[in-house]
Design a protein around this ligand. Structure first.
Ligand code: DGJ
Length: 565
């Protein structure tokens, strides 16, 4: 009797479990399983399958998500040692006829990414692509009465869709929702797709804002109450609230609100992390007699540029990350951009950079500021195309381009690195002109990084001609570190605390090796010339070093007393 009751209960419980499981939108996956962002202090992690995931990414060319181009792309991606590919989804291809969807290219991307053991970030080339509307389907482009364009102050129709049009927004939402529904169906249980970029470098090229009649009416009204309260400003018209910045702020709000609504609708189908990449506002040339670039001319007005971040955060809460694309060799500017986008409400993510030699070091800067991912652009383009667009990318025959070198080193230990980064245990040093020697401070010890070889006694390290030196140090224990890098040597000294005056530090053991499948695998113990003047990392290094140090007294007090007068 009792047994029977237990069985009945068991069966009922089973039936309930099956019912609950079937009613979940993701077969056999709980909401926690879906890739998501996690925050710890001021650090963020992209969590994939329950673990922090550091994206070693690469973006394929704009016209590469086609069956004819993908075989070449996989070859390039493999050579790069990436763990993630960023690939476009074209609205014009996905919805060639209104409300008729074709996801064959998306299926191909997902299946082939799986076959190559890569994760995938889908880039929704929808209403915006580089501040224009070039990927919008023909049925929209050819019907500006129903799907209005942005209009300049002089009445010209632009090749930008109006962000103030309900019809445009509905059309994009409808298509994006269908995409996210499809992604959930084919991938909800597998998580090959880990993030979605909503639109591409949004904002408008050709006008500071939309001057259509609808836009003008909103512009003349009070700013939305939610924006006023988020920015802690008094409700007023746009002109009163933002003064000289009113046009650009209005553009930012309309664009952010539109894209936020698209993302929200997509997340209702499948809530993957969503981000917007940014065509940033690059500073004007120092010799020009003006202090800022012009919105709508030198960058797409109303995108999530540096000055518009707060408006975007308020107007598009469904967008998790505002992620700057970076196409300059000004490394000080890169650091400034990292600092600007690294906020309590925004993880650092670099979704595009040149695929060029100097960008090897930018990866280390990004890593040092807690980035969740880093991804050079156009890695599958023919070398000639890359060289034309960016001469510094021409590949040295004897050397891998730097982004590949970075990823080859980090790929095997990427899980550990993602953890250290989330825990705030990781720091990086990157060579700059005049900074051939740098110090990273940890609790009990300092890591001293010297760039370039040979490093002769008593001399400042020579640095490298192309500023290639870069190093990473992660703290594993009070005096235990994981060290890796290129064109750098790393030594340790005690932190200059008062007690350190009576102590010294020495190496107990330095293991060269690598994390394989979560376990440290030592290949040899380094000693002698390999440790006496620091751990040396030459270019092309594919090994890391785990170094264990200890402290011991600096003096034997008894002997010292005897010797003292
Ligand atoms: C940034 C864009 O986001 C990319 O799609 C591409 O157009 C590059 N610029 C330039 O090649």
């Amino acid at each position: 009797m009792v047994v029977l009751e237990v069985n009945v209960l068991k069966n009922a419980a089973c039936a309930l479990l099956i019912l609950i499981t079937l009613s979940l939108p993701y077969p056999f996956a709980s909401a926690q399983d879906i890739p998501h962002l996690e925050k710890k202090g001021d650090r963020f992690a992209l969590v994939v399958d329950g673990k922090p995931f550091l994206m070693l990414g690469a973006q394929i060319g704009n016209s590469s998500s086609w069956p004819v181009s993908l075989p070449n792309a996989w070859v390039a991606l493999e050579a790069m040692h990436v763990n993630t590919v960023e690939a476009p989804v074209y609205w014009e291809q996905v919805e060639p006829v209104h409300n008729t969807f074709d996801f064959t290219n998306v299926d191909l991307l997902v299946n082939q990414a799986r076959a190559h053991h890569l994760r995938l970030v889908l880039l929704w080339f929808g209403t915006w692509k580089n501040g224009q509307n070039h990927y919008v389907p023909e049925w929209m482009k050819s019907d500006p009465k129903i799907y209005p364009r942005e209009i300049t102050a002089y009445g010209k129709l632009l090749d930008v869709m109006s962000p103030n049009s309900a019809a445009n927004l509905e059309a994009d939402k409808h298509a994006f929702t269908a995409l996210m529904h499809h992604v959930r169906e084919i991938d909800g249980a597998r998580h090959t797709v880990i993030m979605i970029q909503v639109e591409n470098e949004s904002g408008s090229v050709g006008s500071i804002r939309d001057y259509s009649a609808t836009a003008q009416q909103s512009f003349n009204s009070e700013i939305p109450a939610d924006l006023a309260s988020a920015l802690h400003i008094r409700p007023a018209t746009w002109a009163k609230a933002f003064g000289a910045d009113a046009d650009e702020s209005f553009a930012a709000y309309s664009t952010a609100h539109y894209i936020g609504e698209v993302a929200k609708a997509g997340k209702a189908e499948y809530p993957l992390p969503m981000y917007c990449n940014v065509w940033i506002a690059y500073p004007v040339h120092a010799l020009e007699n003006r202090d800022r670039p012009s919105p709508g001319q030198e960058y797409p007005s109303g995108g999530p540029q540096q000055a518009n971040i707060s408006i975007w955060k308020a107007a598009a809460p469904s967008i998790d990350v505002l992620a700057p694309d970076f196409y300059s060799d000004d490394s000080a500017l890169f650091r400034k951009i990292l600092a600007t986008y690294h906020r309590a409400d925004n993880p650092v993510f670099i979704p595009e950079t040149h695929f060029g030699a100097s960008f090897g070091r930018y990866f280390f800067y990004a890593l040092g500021s807690g980035a969740i991912g880093f991804s050079p652009f156009g890695v599958d383009r023919p070398v000639t195309a890359v060289a034309t667009a960016n001469p510094e990318a021409a590949v040295d025959e004897n050397r891998q381009p730097n982004p590949a070198e970075n990823f080859a080193l980090f790929a095997p230990m990427v899980d550990e690195i993602a953890q250290f980064n989330l825990q705030g245990k990781l720091q990086t040093a990157v060579e700059e002109k005049g900074s051939e020697r740098q110090t990273l401070h940890f609790d009990e010890a300092d890591a001293i990084i010297s760039f370039g070889f040979p490093q002769s006694d008593g001399n400042v390290p020579p640095g490298t001609p192309q500023l290639q030196g870069r190093a990473m140090v992660a703290q594993l224990g009070p005096l235990e570190f994981l060290v890796a890098g290129f064109d750098a040597s790393v030594s340790f000294s005690l932190s200059p605390t008062p007690s350190a005056r009576n102590e010294q530090i020495e190496i107990l053991r330095a293991d060269e090796g690598m994390y394989i499948g979560g376990n440290w695998q030592m290949s040899r113990i380094l000693n002698g010339d390999e440790t006496d003047r620091g751990l040396n990392f030459h270019h092309g290094t594919q090994q890391a070093v785990r170094i264990r140090l200890h402290k011991l007294p600096l003096y034997d007090q008894e002997v010292r007393k005897l010797r003292q007068p």
